[in-house]
Write a protein that binds this ligand. Structure first.
Ligand SMILES: [Zn+2]
Length: 175
């Protein structure tokens, strides 16, 4: 059983838990609640701008922002980063106190504060970028951001009762 990322790097899932034997995404209702929550949150971040780019450019210049490629943090405290800004996050997390907030939703706000105060990785830190123990294997890998096969359709079909029954927290974004 392998670990896979879906749609974005960062969060990793047990392959058997999220995909069936055919490599199709399982129904949300059949996933563990924590996994389900993460999958649904993750789907909402695909195609969204990098947090750090957004802090730099703001909504007015949102087209200057890179699309996020990697997600860190916990559900409801996610940090979405582009390739360029991932180094800043990793530097903060590893070298400048960020790991204190590991597992906390507060991590996002603390990172944003640090970044807004001018926190950046030193030149060249990107060379230390994290090493995946195993290359990501993504069954039926989405070719482009924004595609998780089957999930969008399933989300569109959910009504409020389903959302409540699945105990999904969809705050902060529209489904
Ligand atoms: Zn960025």
């Amino acid at each position: 059983m392998g670990k896979v990322s879906i749609g974005l790097r960062g969060w990793r899932f047990d392959e058997d838990e999220v995909f069936d034997a055919e490599g199709e995404l399982r129904e949300l209702g059949k996933m563990e609640p924590d996994t389900r929550q993460r999958i649904v949150r993750l789907s909402a971040f695909i195609g969204e701008p990098c947090d750090a780019c957004f802090l730099e450019h703001g909504q007015a210049d949102v087209d200057q922002c890179n699309v996020g490629a990697v997600i860190y943090g916990e559900p409801l405290g996610e940090v979405l980063l582009c390739e360029d800004h991932e180094a800043d996050f990793l530097y903060w997390f590893r070298e400048d106190g960020g790991s204190e907030f590991k597992g906390e939703t507060e991590l996002r706000d603390r990172f944003h504060e640090w970044f807004m105060k001018g926190g950046r990785a030193p030149e060249g830190y990107a060379g230390l970028e994290h090493v995946d123990e195993e290359p990501d294997r993504i069954p039926d890998a989405p070719e482009r951001a924004g595609e998780i096969p089957g999930l969008e359709e399933e989300l569109e079909d959910l009504d409020d009762d389903d959302i409540e029954a699945l105990d999904l927290d969809l705050s902060e974004f529209d489904v």
